[in-house]
Write a protein that binds this ligand. Structure first.
Ligand SMILES: [Zn+2]
Length: 140
């Protein structure tokens, strides 16, 4: 059972690959958000051996779950209200990524036109391949 004590309203990210929690913290911009964050590293897990957990207390409106799906879609998102888990959300690879990854092709229009959003689409779901919407460059 996942221990959520101390959280009235928020979200607990469970089953994060051990060692990945800081990366997720950065991607989600949690440092800039006005919420309480607890990171648990190397927790014991019967499923995974070791895992990381992130507990976030506060309003979730600005939390971008699409980004999370891109980083690691095996993470379980537990939504917490009134100190209880009210919803478990499974993530999937997003079809589109906007301003998450950047195109590295020097001839791509996004390298010239700095104002353009960096848009990638999911080209191959099985191999988890994303391509730039403008020049089709593969992101690795
Ligand atoms: Zn491109």
């Amino acid at each position: 059972m996942l221990n959520i004590s101390g959280i009235k309203e928020g979200v607990v990210l469970d089953h994060i690959q051990a060692g990945k929690s800081m990366e997720i913290y950065k991607y989600l911009g949690l440092g800039k958000m006005d919420c309480t964050v607890a990171i648990i590293k190397n927790a014991r897990s019967s499923k995974m051996g070791r895992k990381d957990i992130i507990k976030i207390e506060g309003p979730l409106d600005s939390l971008d779950l699409d980004v999370l799906g891109y980083i690691d879609h095996t993470i379980t998102v537990n939504i917490i209200r009134d100190e209880r888990i009210v919803e478990k959300r499974c993530l999937s690879l997003p079809d589109r990524l906007v301003n998450v990854i950047h195109c590295k092709n020097p001839r791509c229009i996004t390298s010239v036109e700095q104002e353009l959003p960096h848009i990638f689409y999911l080209a191959d779901k099985e191999k988890e391949v994303y391509r730039c919407q403008y020049c089709d460059e593969k992101h690795s």
